[in-house]
Every structure is written in C-alpha cells, then in structure tokens.
Design a protein around this ligand. Structure first.
Ligand code: ARG
Length: 473
C-alpha cells in the first residue's frame, strides 16, 4: 500500500498565494473554521490513513450500528437509514475486501483523507449524496476510533487465543510422546537434577496456559462499548447505548464518557499479554537453540525450520527459533512505547493516542506470525533419547540423592551435604563418576552407606523419588 505524497505532486501548495491551501482542504470535514489548508508536511505527519485503513471493516460495522441506533432514536428516518446502510456496504465493497489488512497491496491512499473514518465518510457522501453527511450525527471520531480499536483487539484476541490453544495441544502431545524420557534439569545452566522431558515441556504448558487466561481477562476489559461517549461528554441524542452494546456484542456500555474516549488500557493489556507470550516463546526458543547445538545434541530441528550457511556447508542453523527470540524485542518495545505514550496525557482525547495503532498492529502481527511458525516447529522436533538419558546422569546430577540417602539414615542434612561434596571432589580428582565408586569406597566416606546406594544414584531413581504433587515424577 502506498501513501500518496501530495507535497511532491505539488497538489497541495497553492501557487502564488504563499499559504497552504491544500488540494482538498476546503472539502475537509473540519474546514469551516479554517482560513487556509494544512502544511503538506504537517498533513502527512498527522495522517493515519496509511495504517489505520486496517480498521476499515470495524469502522463500517460500527458506523452501521450507529446508523441503526440513530434510526431507533428517531434521528434518522427509515429511508435515510437504509440509504446509509447500503452506502456503507458499498463503500466497503469499493475499498475491496482483499485490500483490507494486506499492506503489501499497492493501493493509493491520500493523506488529505487523514484517517479511515474521514475516508469512509467522504466515499459515503460521494455514493449517497447529502444524506451521507448525516452519518456523523451525535458521534465523534473520538468514540469512533475507540470503538474500531476495541473491535479490532477483540478480533485479534480470538485469533491469538486460538493459536495458544494449538500450541498447548502440541506441547501436550509432545509431552505424551516423551512421557518417561529422562533429561538433565539445570539451574544456572549447570547440571542440577534429572527430570523428565515431559515435565520440562509442560513447564512451558503452564506458561502458555497463564497466557490463555491473560487473553481471556483482556477480552473482558476490551469488550466494553465506547460509542455514545461522542467527543468527550456523551452524545446529546437519545441513543440507547445498552441496545447498541448488545448489537455489537459488547458486554456493556462504558460508564464514563471521558474515560471511554481516552482509555487505551485494553491496548496495553493486549500488549502486555503479547509481550508475555513472546517472552515465553523466546525462552523456549533459546532452549531449542542451545539443545540443537552439537554441544548439547538433545534435539534436531526439522529441516523445514532451519537454514544453511552460504559459506559453511556443514551448517544447520535454528533460524526460526532465533528469529522468534529476536522478534520478542520489538513486542516488548511496543509495550514500553505505549506506556510512555500514555503516561502524560490529560483527559480526554489527545492526538497522541493515534500512536497506539502501529504498535498495536505490529504487536498483533508479530505474535500471530511467531505462534504460527513456532507450533509446527515444535510438533516436528526430534529428540535424542539416548543422548538425553546420558546427559541426565552427567555432572553429578544425582549428588542430591546421595545427601538424601544419608539424611534418611539419620545423618543431619548439612553433614550429609558436606560428606557428599567430599565424594564429588574425590571423583573429580580421580576423573570418575559416582557410579564408578565401589561400595568399599562409599563406606570410606560414611559407614551409613549400604549396597542400595548404587541404585539410589540412578537418574530414574532420582526422578521417581520426586513424586510430590507438581514434582517431575
Ligand atoms: N486518527 C485518529 C486516531 O487514530 C482518529 C481520532 C481523531 N480525533 C480527533 N479529535 N482528531 O486517534
């Protein structure tokens, strides 16, 4: 989609007048009070049409509901309402469904139209004539854009929630397929204690389950109707806001008109929920990057989600995981940007609020694209059972079992810990592992050791012992 730069085509600057007259300025909806048009740079700077065209379907839906509310309030006749409803449907068709939400489609947008709301109104008047100018009765772009944005966020929340459901189902399936596979658990990225691969995968399941809950909560706060707040003080027409809310599927109309037109908490709620999802994806991505490195060799990423090197023929790089990790940065950035944009705004509407859109759209695009590529990548992972099992026993990962063994036989835990540390040091000095020690050697460290210590230090035994509610067993 391209935005026409009228400053370059010379359409805006009035020849000889020395003032900015603007191609359409006298046709602008608010031109009455103005003696001259906008500076073309200022016009371009202020225009949101280049990106808020994505709100078109929501703008049409909201305007049609507004028309019906005006008719019910007796402000529009049945005839006028029908003309406007048809006209809006035609405008939508004219702008063509395929162009909506497809920023790559070449399509000329004129900054003179300012934003999607003005564009629709202009095209409507062009289609249906004078009556088109009645559409904006009792409404402001302030409650209109709040409505459009809520309808958009509602839609996106449904899409993201569906992707999270897919991701959860995939994690669950993956965990079931690897239910009893051993792997090393880490703290500080150092071998800590053996765990089950399924337990590790389902730790991410918990994170994404909380994300699903966050999205649902966000939906509740988004699903409130701002229309009827008008510019800031409420509309002066007898619009039944409860009926309007019901018609548009909102749980209720907003309680305070000032808040309704200046509240973007729902955008921030979504930005936060999206940032959390990306942060969770990024952590898992980081583990896949590590695990697919030959140094770990725990997992192989399917060729479909990896790339090669232009110079090193042996390379297989986990690009998809890396890029999801990388894209997390911009979503976190949008959250910070939105919070910063909001923090100094007096009530009610301020133009600053227009800055919510690009951050919101990019957040939604990025989280959806990331989820849509991450889930199939997960589904096609190939874990190496032997390598994971071997690693599960490396690095003295069952040393805690040794200390627990002694503690169960009456040795105070601190003493048991000290003795076990000495055993580990002994092994390090002799270049062996715990499993290489003979019973006689064990007994040299403590007479409490019996022959069953050899079974107790098996990774399987360590996992089985952790059968507390929520534990790896
Ligand atoms: N394009 C504007 C936005 O996104 C629409 C609202 C304009 N309202 C106004 N009073 N200038 O915020």
């Amino acid at each position: 989609m391209t935005v026409k730069d009228s400053s370059q085509t010379g359409e805006v600057r009035a020849a000889g007048s020395g003032s900015w007259s603007g191609k359409n300025w006298s046709g602008k909806a608010w031109s009455g009070r103005f003696a001259k048009g906008s500076d073309p740079q200022a016009e371009r700077f202020g225009a949101s049409i280049g990106f808020d065209i994505r709100l078109l379907p929501y703008d049409i839906e909201g305007s049609q509901a507004h028309v019906r509310a005006l008719q019910r309030a007796g402000v529009l006749s049945a005839q006028e309402a029908e003309t406007l409803l048809d006209g809006l449907a035609q405008v939508y068709r004219d702008l063509s469904a395929e162009r909506v939400g497809a920023p790559e489609t070449a399509w000329e947008l004129d900054p003179a139209d300012e934003d999607v709301h003005m564009l629709v109104e202009r095209l409507l008047a062009a289609r249906v004539g004078e009556v088109g100018k009645k559409l904006h009765t009792g409404r402001s772009r302030n409650d209109q854009v709040a409505l459009d944005t809520r309808l958009y966020v509602r839609d996106v929340l449904g899409q993201v929630a569906a992707e999270i459901r897919n991701l959860l189902a995939t994690l669950l399936e993956l965990a079931e397929r690897h239910a009893d596979w051993l792997m090393p658990g880490f703290t500080h990225l150092q071998p800590a204690q053996p765990v089950l691969l399924s337990h590790h995968l389902l730790a991410y399941g918990e994170m994404f389950w909380r994300d699903a809950q966050r999205l649902a909560e966000c939906y509740g706060r988004t699903n409130v109707l701002p229309l009827g707040a008008a510019a800031l003080a409420g509309t002066a027409y007898p619009i039944d806001r409860a009926a309007l809310a019901a018609e548009l599927g909102f749980a209720a109309p907003s309680e305070n008109s000032l808040d309704a037109v200046s509240d973007r908490d729902f955008v921030l709620d979504f930005a936060y929920a999206a940032a959390m999802i990306m942060m969770h994806l990024s952590r898992l991505a980081e583990e896949l990057v590590l695990w697919s490195s030959p140094a770990f060799a725990f997992v192989e990423i399917d060729d479909a989600y990896a790339t090669g090197s232009s110079i090193m023929p042996q390379k297989k790089n986990p690009d998809t995981a890396e890029l999801v990790r990388g894209k997390t940065g911009r979503v976190l950035g949008h959250l910070t940007g939105l919070l910063t944009m909001m923090k100094g705004l007096p009530l009610a509407y301020n133009k600053d609020l227009q800055e919510d859109k690009e951050a919101l759209f990019d957040t939604a695009d990025t989280v959806l694209a990331s989820l849509r590529v991450f889930t199939p990548m997960l589904a096609t992972l190939r874990f190496d059972r032997a390598r994971l099992a071997a690693a599960a026993g490396e690095g003295f990962s069952t040393a805690t079992e040794v200390a627990d063994y002694l503690a169960r036989r009456g040795v105070p835990f601190r003493e048991a810990h000290r003795v076990t540390g000495q055993i580990v040091r002994h092994c390090l000095e002799h270049g062996c592992g715990l499993a290489d020690l003979t019973l006689e050697e064990w007994r040299r460290f403590s007479p409490a050791f019996g022959p069953d210590i050899l079974a107790a230090i098996q990774p399987e035994a360590a996992v089985a012992a952790r059968n507390v509610y929520g534990g790896t067993a």
